[in-house]
Write a protein that binds this ligand. Sequence first.
Ligand SMILES: C[S@@+](CC[C@H](N)C(=O)[O-])C[C@H]1O[C@@H](n2cnc3c(N)ncnc32)[C@H](O)[C@@H]1O
Length: 390
Amino acid sequence: MNSDFYNHIAKRMAYFSTIKNSAKLLVVTQDNNETTVNLNVEGVETVRISHADLERCYDKTNASFSSQIVSGSFDAIYLDEAFIETSIYLALYRKLAWGGYLFTISPELLRHVGSTVSSELGLDAVPSTEIYTGGEIIKSAWLESRVIDRYDYIPKGLENPHLVELFDTLMVANPMPIKWPYLRKNSPHIWRVDSRCNERVVGVLSTEEGAVLYALAKLFAGKRVLEIGCHFGFSTAHLAKAQVILDVIDPRLSDPFQQNCVKSSLNLVTDKEYRLWPGFSPGLVAPIATANAEPWSMAFIDGDHDGEAPSLDAIEVMKYMADDAVIVFHDMHSPFVYAGFEQCRAAGWNVLVYNSMQGLGIAYRGNVTLPKLVEDISMPSFKVPAEFIA
Ligand SMILES: C[S@@+](CC[C@H](N)C(=O)[O-])C[C@H]1O[C@@H](n2cnc3c(N)ncnc32)[C@H](O)[C@@H]1O
């Protein structure tokens, strides 16, 4: 069972070795048994030490290690589940390079190291939230200097709609220079932007968020769905591929080029009806809703993220939803979006926060059974914006 976790570590090490030409891993185990962890990766210098030897060479006064084995810094450190003294964890953690990983198979140890590092060193050490076969902490106080092995993640059990392949205009982008404070730069998932957008940097759904959106939309095939904020139609295509009937609101649809881009993508994935509405929510919501014979069974809100806008969207959209319905919010890391989501909770909807790259808020009511959603264990834990903690 642990082999998945060891493969995961080996993958991270291989990445370090590729981008830095060398990588160093320290393996600390109870008995220094070489077979405990099979982590031999080409280009990676793996050094091993037992707990007993580590403790023996530890100088508590200077918080340093006298053994040559533990000299220099490490790109990653693996600790087995046995406990060693707290001050040794801290000294070990200091030996991690910025952006380095601390891996352990033990969730208890992971939490312990995470909280000790945060409280004693004042560093941002965010352990993975759910641990199945193992977890990791990234030394991430200086985000700008971090090296992140980013990857696409599709939750276990969900279908990959493979729409990244359809949008060959999407580019993998570096989130680090982006000024928007709610972009989650320490997510290990790939962040993409559409190269057809000339105005400013606008991110689209991660592949994981796309897969979740697609899975939710499939619950409502043949029913009406509203999207607020389509950009170049990447999220829209996920909804359309689920064969729902779409209403899409975005002021950018008044640009004929952008509207044509959205149309051509949608035409590739659906033959169901869709209507593109150039303009703004929440103003457009009521006129569109009242012109429809049926209420919306699903809404996806990814439009104006600032100030009261997400709350106003939520309040307006809720008025026109079916009894059995789902409302999905993107960018739950923004307190403004979170506030919109809270409107649904306050109105009696069931709510779930899904810990994806930017966070999905899922509000649902009536006869709706959500698919099983398995978060990535490597995603830093989701922090509810402070304003919402009583
Ligand atoms: C982050 S982008 C959406 C990305 C898209 N959902 C995706 O993942 O492919 C936000 C979009 O919301 C649109 N927008 C901004 N204010 C809006 C409003 N009041 N009503 C509807 N759309 C709005 C912007 O024009 C932009 O296209």
